[in-house]
Design a protein around this ligand. Structure first.
Ligand code: FMN
Length: 473
């Protein structure tokens, strides 16, 4: 029996834009729903502190195999009726090379919950998306997702050659390790993050399904590198172009920018699909592909289908907070929507697509009025300190702190706190000292400008079903 592959992958969209509800809806419609795996430990805590509306989180945790771990987490964070609006959410420790057991527990549980809920009530596959740039949470996160039966791991923003072997090991509850990218590391330094499921298991557990692994790539070279250097099996590719939402791969070759400061992509950035086809693995094409014509074109080129983000991010089933989703839709309908490829905003240094929206960090005055604080730390870079120990810094943290850690002032210009704003996009903004509420920063693909094509006549919004129907028409 051949494997049945989806024609449409609903792309992973962090933070919680592709939440369990969107992914579940898409999978139940016969395509592949993918939950975002980013910052699920933060969301777990914040959803519980918001009173666990609908009881979904506690329902999922009741099915978690290690009962004590689930029990103490609910006991610690759940607030019946939700926290007061002006109270901050509980702080969660930031990731480090050697993280606290408590943080790893939250990662396992957060990932379990999201995949469990996306899989609830049907037997179609569901995937999870991670970013290689955010390496430190990988091991406990993947384990939690696998405990809930994730069928696919889809991963971009870097070169994730170590993941296949990790998935193999975790499927047998084996101890695994992950070599972190450490700036200034010297031979002999221990740069590994480590994770042993046995430190968390409460009794024996049967082996887990090893998810299929689909790296997201933006060049033919990277596809070949992934195949040559990976620690285990790769099951296919997502080929993503520079019009896609979220982070984009930087242009290849010498950087050129347009008058608006956006990176210019050229011929070198076009992936040769014929060469990808020759590699013999399934593949999906992403970035401005949300049309029946484009799907047909990819199928004719020997691909398996398309991965779509923006169209799903703006639909009623997405996890984007309603007020931002509606505002962006209105801009699109009015023909005034604008998306900028911002090469400074993300502390990762990768270009990041920013949808321009009043009141969000895309506006210079809103950005400048925010007091810099780094309390989530997902995009912190690991660096070697003079004493040989690991340090952590982010170009969006308070500038003085960043400089004291050896960071360069020029790297701080235009950098935004993507961590806090992306959690705000999903409707769970932190309240900082002094009462400042974290502001959103919306990301979207260039497709935003044309997104009104999915709105059925006589309506003002559309659903995931509308998207799928139109793409398969
Ligand atoms: C709101 C939003 C958030 C995204 N976040 C991620 C992410 O966390 N990880 C990732 O691999 N891709 C992310 N993407 C990219 C999508 O998964 C998808 O590949 C891309 O949007 C496809 O292009 P399209 O937007 O033109 O359909 C994001 C896209 C959007 C619109």
């Amino acid at each position: 029996m051949g494997i049945e592959y989806p024609k449409i992958i609903q792309g992973g969209m962090g933070v919680a834009i592709s939440n369990w509800h969107l992914a579940r809806t898409v999978s139940m419609l016969g395509q592949l729903g993918v939950v975002s795996g980013v910052a699920l430990e933060i969301l777990l805590v914040r959803r519980l502190q918001d009173g666990d509306i609908g009881g979904h989180i506690r329902r999922a945790l009741e099915k978690f195999p290690f009962r004590e771990m689930a029990r103490r987490t609910v006991e610690k964070y759940y607030i019946p009726g939700g926290k007061a609006d002006d109270k901050p959410y509980a702080a969660v420790p930031m990731h480090k090379q050697v993280a606290s057991k408590k943080l790893h527990e939250l990662c396992i549980l957060g990932n379990f919950v999201e995949v469990f809920l996306a899989r609830e009530g049907h037997d179609r596959p569901v995937g999870i998306n991670y970013l290689e740039k955010i390496q430190m949470p990988h091991l406990p996160s993947a384990y939690g997702a696998m405990l809930a039966g994730a069928a696919y791991v889809v991963m971009g923003a870097g070169i994730p050659t170590q993941i296949p072997g990790v998935l193999d090991g975790l499927s047998h509850h084996e101890a695994v390790s992950y070599k972190l990218n450490v700036v200034g590391a010297q031979p002999g330094d221990d740069t590994f993050a480590r994770f042993d499921p046995r430190d968390f298991m409460e009794g024996d557990h049967p082996p887990l399904v090893r998810p299929r692994f689909l790296p997201i790539i933006a060049s033919n070279v990277l596809a070949v590198t992934m195949l040559r250097r990976s620690t285990g099996k790769i099951n296919g590719f997502v080929i993503e172009g520079p019009t896609a939402g979220g982070h984009n791969a930087p242009p290849r070759g010498q950087l050129q920018i347009n008058e608006g400061g956006e990176p210019i992509y050229g011929e070198k950035d076009v992936v040769d699909l014929e060469k990808i086809r020759e590699l013999g693995l399934p593949f999906w094409v992403a970035g401005g592909c949300a049309s029946a014509d484009k799907l047909r074109e990819v199928l004719e080129a020997g691909g398996n289908g398309i991965q779509v983000g923006t169209a799903f991010a703006l639909c009623n089933d997405s996890g984007m907070a309603d007020e931002y989703r509606r505002a962006l839709l209105q801009e699109a309908v009015a023909g005034t929507a604008r998306v900028i490829t911002d090469r400074l905003a993300s502390p990762t240094g990768f270009p990041f697509k920013v949808a321009q929206l009043e009141g969000s960090l895309s506006q210079e005055d809103v950005y400048l009025s925010r007091t810099r604080v780094c309390d989530l730390g997902y995009l912190r870079e690991v660096y070697r300190k003079d004493d040989g120990k690991m340090g952590y810094r982010c170009a969006s943290e308070p500038i003085k702190t960043f400089l004291a850690k050896g960071g360069k002032e020029s790297d701080t210009i235009g950098r935004k706190c993507i961590c806090n704003s992306l959690v705000a996009n999903a409707g769970h903004p932190q309240i900082q000292k002094g009462g400042a509420v974290e502001k959103p920063l919306l990301t979207s693909g260039d497709d935003l400008a044309e997104i009104a094509r999915f709105i059925p006549e006589g309506q003002t919004s559309y659903t995931a079903r509308d998207v799928i129907d139109k793409l398969l028409a």
